[in-house]
Design a protein around this ligand. Structure first.
Ligand code: CMP
Length: 136
């Protein structure tokens, strides 16, 4: 069964003109992009998006980084969308990401790791609604 997940290209990647590269890798891996936006996150929205990390020592820096430039959230559709997206992007820390994964390829460090993706079907539903409330 096809499922959906949210992937967001982060400011370090939009800043380096890597939007097309990420989209190309996703499409070549047979993900269907069913919605896509480009926007500048407000601080309150970045905090709301990362509410699960409330209290973590890295949250303030993460919010500052995520509001420092353009982000490109998109909804991906595929069989096993959540798992396959996470396999394609690799571990959170690019230094630990498997060879060939997106974060291994273009990630700079654990914060500037180029892309975010939902970590479960439940969070995917919440994160998709966050950016695309009207998507059917
Ligand atoms: P992301 O998938 O967007 O989810 C939360 C983000 O917090 C994560 O990617 C990292 O970019 C960032 N982050 C910064 N420091 C840490 C850390 N020590 N552990 C986990 N995530 C971190």
């Amino acid at each position: 069964m096809k499922t959906r997940t949210l992937l967001m290209i982060k400011p370090d990647a939009t800043d380096r003109n890597l939007i097309g590269h990420v989209v190309n890798r996703l499409e070549k891996a047979r993900f269907k992009i069913v919605a896509l936006r480009m926007l500048h996150l407000a601080e309150a929205d970045a905090r709301r998006f990362y509410a699960v990390h409330e209290g973590k020592p890295f949250l303030n820096d993460l919010v500052a980084f995520m509001t420092s430039g353009l982000v490109v959230p998109m909804v991906l559709e595929k069989e096993n969308a959540v798992e396959d997206t996470r396999a394609l992007i690799g571990a959170t820390n690019p230094e630990k990401a498997a060879c060939g994964t997106l974060r291994w390829e273009i990630g700079l460090n654990i914060e500037k790791n180029s892309v975010h993706a939902s970590d479960s079907n439940e969070n995917a539903a919440v994160e998709i609604k966050f950016f695309f409330p009207d998507l059917k």
